[in-house]
Design a protein around this ligand. Sequence first.
Ligand code: B12
Ligand code: SF4
Length: 444
Amino acid sequence: MKIGFLAMSGIRAHDPKLLELGLTLPGFVERSKTIASLPSLGLLYLAAVTPPGHELHYYEAESDGKEPADVYDCDLVAISTFSAQVFEAYAIAYRLRAAGVRVAMGGLHVTALPQEALEHADYVVIGEGENVWPEVVHAAERGDPARMFSAANCPPVEVHRLPVPRYDLLGDRPYNRFTVQTTRGCPWRCEFCASNVMLGQPYRKRPVSRVLRDIHEIRQLREHPFIEFADDNTFVDKRWGKELCRHLAPLHLKWFTETDISVAEDVELLELMRAAGCRQVLIGLESPSPQPLAGLEMKHDFKARWFDRYASAIERIQSRGITVNGCFILGLDGHEPDIFEQVLDFARDVSLYEVQITILTAFPGTPLYARLLREGRIIEPNRWDLCTLFDVNHRPLGMTVGELQAGMHWLTQRLYDDECTEYRRRGFFCSVRAERRAQLATAA
Ligand code: B12
Ligand code: SF4
């Protein structure tokens, strides 16, 4: 069979005012451009576990939801779904099936809502795809009728056995970053988190040698790749993290990852990360005030417990030359209209090099979605296209919907304007210089 792997690319947002701002604010545009063109690692993994004897192609549907014409030459097309683009994905599936192409869907959205997806696809996969995908391919070969497949009915994915994702299928597309996974999952359980929804698996680390093997493969294709680790929380295990960094250092790479704030507690790890090419860590701070953090992480109240150390932890990470991209969620229970100014002040005071602000979003399958639905606070249930992290689809407790939207606009304008961006970044460079001076003084 000719099998197509169709990724949905680009960033989604509907709020017209925010879109207008996004086009003009330098900090915002910079980050959007950087991430908008990441390839779909999930599909590249599926390609790697496809049984032999098939012709494989990787495609991207652009942000306008249009699939490339070549995809109609396939016998089977695998589509990966996020909530924000799932209606576009369903529309593509409809067109493909009408043309006689079989469609398989998987990913976070359909894992949360498999019944919904089965109305649009021939085969729907719940959970991690690697061990299920070969069965789906066989079902398509046989021409089996529409059905669901669940990772729970297969042996669990063993991350030390993961093959090299088929990066070679990306061809010459001009990606500015490549994704590699070093870990899967996260030991924490935040009420709003959509990444944890599907795995139903413990936090897993890959052997360092396997991570290096994947990077080596990417380097066969691109001479100086920038690597984005597609992890939820890389440096939970500090010892393993140090081993990873020691092996990355000789490769002279530049990389970015997502991790939690506890990375700051180990200075040796921070030094090794910097030496290994870590340029930025993205950390979910969520709120600049402690009360909304209470209970947000549902297992150990991790985020509330760390709040007092936020400022010192950011200083410690950034002084080692690793920039922090601090993420805040606006509209949490406990947030009132002064939250926007609080975020602005916090970001300036701690000199966050990069800041990400998003609207509290209830993704399907999350405890947050269930709770807000119960409380009658989801404005339009099933409007998955609004799950962009930039659009409001819930009634906040401490302000009106209009105040949340207006506050988001107000804060976007101020956080990302030239003056504020320069101010935050100047603070970062000062703390790097101060740390260097301190180290030289200690050495002398
Ligand atoms: C890299 C990334 C991106 C890249 C995606 C590139 C791409 N084309 O895939 C970019 C930067 C473009 C991106 C954009 C967006 N993202 Co994003 N992103 C991620 C991130 C950090 C990693 C994803 C990843 O690579 N995972 C590793 C791979 C191996 O796992 P996987 O994709 O889940 O695939 C496995 C299974 O899901 C399954 N599977 C997946 N697809 C299929 C298909 C078939 C047929 C089968 C059988 C199996 C299968 O098998 C795979 C292997 O086990 C996640 C966080 C996370 N942990 O998921 C957020 C995340 C997926 N993004 C999210 C969001 C909200 C967005 C945006 C909507 C933001 C926006 N406003 O635009 C957009 C959506 C863009 C779009 N085009 O749809 C949310 C999605 C929540 C949800 N339920 O939808 C996440 C979970 C972040 C979060 N915590 O909120 N993102
Ligand atoms: S720490 Fe991040 S990845 Fe982990 S559960 Fe919370 S939001 Fe999700």
